[in-house]
Design a protein around this ligand. Structure first.
Ligand code: GRF
Length: 227
């Protein structure tokens, strides 16, 4: 292989799509991180299942390709929706998919196609508080800590290997809104770290574990699982 193509291969940034359903603040955090030319992922596509999602116009303003795969066009046909999603991702030659507030449950068919290359952010310290309404449930449970987790997606919801996790304190008198704002800040910090680790090949899904190799910045190491 000529030296120039080796260099190009080494530098190739992973073509990444972000799937959203709403305002897209995590999407924005990933887009901002990927503006650094040394960041190993390039955000080349944003897909929304909702035409009205605020994140779509935010992404378009950043001159990133956007697509809408409207799930309501596939009533009672989850597979049809996912096939349309898959062909959109293939047509943009996507290598990594980040779910960021994407409010559709994905089937094994889709998840297995993207195994090890499909990431999700969940607003809780998994395995605590899987599912919806995590902030309300954390307050009701009297948790002293709450937070967010980025994990590889597996067919079982909110259960894949943890890549990064960040905690915040729950304060006396917190409302759901106050707590969610505090958690969102940590989300914006840990998602770019997780994508960087996966896109660079430093973090890999091996069976039910996330294996991290090579050296990690001390400030970022605090967000990685202890094993
Ligand atoms: C975030 O809290 C994320 O953890 C959850 O949905 C929310 C999406 O927010 N999955 P945004 O659209 O990224 O602002």
């Amino acid at each position: 292989m000529p030296a120039r193509s080796i260099f190009r291969n080494k530098m190739a940034r992973k073509r990444t799509a972000i799937l959203i359903s709403g305002r897209g603040s995590n999407m924005t955090a990933l887009i901002e991180a990927a503006k650094d030319p040394t960041y190993p992922a390039e955000i080349v596509l944003v897909v929304s299942n909702r035409p009205e999602a605020g994140g779509v116009s935010r992404a378009a303003a950043e001159v990133i390709a956007t697509e809408v795969v409207d799930h309501t066009r596939f009533p009672k046909d989850r597979e049809g929706f996912e096939r349309a999603l898959q062909s959109t991702l293939e047509s943009h030659r996507i290598e990594i998919v980040c779910l960021a507030g994407f409010m559709r449950v994905l089937t094994t068919w889709f998840v297995s196609r993207w195994s090890g290359r499909l990431l999700n952010i969940h607003p809780a310290l998994l395995p605590a508080f899987k599912g919806l309404d995590t902030h309300r449930r954390a307050l009701e449970a009297g948790a002293s800590e709450h937070g967010a987790t980025v994990h590889f997606v597996v067919p079982e919801m909110d259960s894949g290997p943890i890549i990064t996790q960040g905690a915040v304190p729950v304060r006396r008198g917190d409302t759901e809104e106050m707590l969610s704002k505090r958690v969102l800040k940590i989300e914006h910090r840990i998602y770019p770290i997780a994508l960087r680790l996966v896109a660079s090949g430093q973090a890999r899904m091996v069976d039910d574990r996330c294996v991290i190799e090579g050296s990690v910045d001390a400030a970022e190491a605090a967000f990685l699982p202890a094993h």
